[in-house]
Design a protein around this ligand. Structure first.
Ligand SMILES: [Fe+2]
Length: 486
């Protein structure tokens, strides 16, 4: 099977001897190729700037630009295009130089037409394989990148990764990411590439192209020399060869625009580049939308948590500020103990919510100034379970359940509600227990005045290994004492 037979291949022949162009051209046309001839390097250069060719056959020794210089140019902008160099004055040095510079092969005149035909076939096949290879490796990278994008939950990090990957994948020299703000205006959030700052993308060209793609919901790929531009668009700036403006959209909205630019002297972006940008932009848009929704939901939950905590304190006038203070102590000691970020966040919010179950306990009992009866105390002891039940059905808070449920367990197993001990008590709950007790001791209560810090410290030390995890008491005292000495 001839895998290159489906498309007519375009060959450019460059030679200052017109008879060679004619002879070779005629022969190759008969073989089914589309042929263009040029009589100098300069003419050939002009031609390839505006047209794509599949293969080049160029003489080395020509007046003006030499075949070797032309080869350098072609390899710079179309690295995959095979170039066969020809010469009537063969030397080993020129042959070696030509091959080093990326020529596919080297032919000496006079030619054997059959031999040329074979070399062309092989070069085109080789090119096709190389293209497939490039495409394959791009697909593999795309797959990896989309996985990374969809697993990033921080918006700034996501934007930075998206612009970085897009720029690299299509070999752009610079890029900019713009988002539509709540007032409907487009604002640049990120740029990438030396020489391409925010100021660069404030050019009217990009403002116009942004508006255009947002309005149409479709991308544009512009290059130097395009004459039939829609009225709303401005031509490509003089320092660029080509740029892409791509709308970032979800099924429900257009979020912004990604601009990718290539400087003058390089090849224009191709349809494949546009396709790659399409895959990345679609994935990134969905990921961006998800992160925004996630952080909205998260913000709302956090507001709800704070409202809950305040509701508890409204019932119990002596514990005003208790939950917030417990949260602060919890965070300080958890950081000192080196908890990873996500666990730190858990104990933080558990600190704020640990007594949420008191919402279900009678205000008379909560605010009683005299000693509680056994029955009243048993009623109060229900609050960890009540609290756990309240938050168990809230997906975002579910992970806090064990911490809220066990914040009154004792390290020696004499606490409540489960009476578990030691490492069976969740670590976060052991931290909460120390922070909660310390905060309670150092605040006024209906039945006593606040204890001094030193007395509270000595009680923590006394209960080290009994009520409290010794390691956590040590960390707590360590960090609080260091604050005192500062
Ligand atoms: Fe409690």
């Amino acid at each position: 099977m001839d895998i290159i037979s489906t498309e007519v291949m375009h060959i450019l022949i460059v030679d200052d001897e017109s008879s060679i162009c004619e002879l070779l051209g005629q022969y190759l046309r008969k073989k089914g190729y589309n042929i263009t001839t040029a009589s100098s390097g300069e003419e050939a250069l002009e031609f390839v700037k505006n047209s794509r060719v599949n293969l080049v056959i160029s003489d080395i020794k020509m007046p003006g630009m030499s075949g070797v210089d032309f080869l350098k140019y072609i390899k710079e902008i179309y690295p995959l295009t095979p170039v066969l160099l020809t010469t009537g004055f063969p030397t080993l040095d020129t042959a070696i130089e030509a091959l080093k510079l990326g020529a596919y092969d080297y032919l000496t005149k006079p030619f054997h037409l059959e031999e040329i035909s074979e070399k062309i076939k092989r070069a085109l096949l080789n090119r096709k394989l190389e293209e497939d290879n490039v495409l394959f490796s791009k697909l593999v990278s795309l797959h990896e990148i989309t996985k990374v994008l969809s697993s990033t939950l921080d918006l700034a990090e996501l934007n930075a990764k998206f612009i970085h990957f897009s720029t690299k994948m299509v070999k752009a020299d610079g890029s900019a990411l713009m988002f539509i703000d709540p007032s409907g205006k487009l604002a640049i959030t990120d740029t990438f590439g030396k020489d391409y700052s925010k100021e660069y993308f404030l050019k009217k060209t990009f403002l116009q192209s942004s508006k255009y793609v947002v309005k149409k919901g479709e991308p544009i790929l512009l290059e130097q020399g395009i004459s039939d531009l829609p009225d709303e668009l401005l031509p490509v700036p003089a320092d660029l060869q080509s740029f892409i403006s791509f709308p970032l959209k979800t099924p429900s909205a257009i979020l912004g625009v990604l601009h990718l630019v290539r400087r003058l002297g390089k090849a224009s972006f191709s349809d494949l580049d546009l396709e790659i940008t399409n895959v990345l932009a679609s994935q990134a848009s969905i990921a961006i939308e998800n992160v925004r929704l996630y952080s909205n939901i998260r913000d709302n939950y956090l507001k709800t948590i704070s409202a809950f905590a305040l509701a508890v304190e409204a019932k119990d006038r002596y514990t005003h500020g208790h939950s917030e203070n417990v949260m602060k102590y919890t965070v300080i000691v958890a950081k000192h103990l080196g908890l990873p970020d996500h666990e730190l966040e858990q104990v933080k919010y558990a600190g704020l919510l640990h007594d949420i179950g008191k919402i279900g306990i009678s205000e008379i009992i909560l605010n009683k100034a005299n000693k509680l009866t056994l029955q009243e105390f048993n009623e109060i002891k229900r609050h960890p379970e009540l609290g756990a039940n309240i938050i168990a059905d809230v997906p975002f808070l579910k992970s806090l359940v064990p911490l809220v449920l066990h914040h009154h367990e004792f390290f020696n197993g004499e606490g409540y509600p489960a009476g578990i001990s030691g490492n069976d008590i969740p670590y976060g709950a052991r931290i909460l227990s120390v922070a909660d007790a310390y905060e309670a001791m150092t605040s006024n209560r209906p039945y006593r005045k606040a204890l001094s810090q030193e007395i509270a410290f000595s009680i923590l030390e006394k209960e080290r290994g009994h009520q409290f995890d010794p390691e956590i008491v040590d960390a707590f005292l360590d960090i609080l004492r260091s604050f005192n000495s500062d």
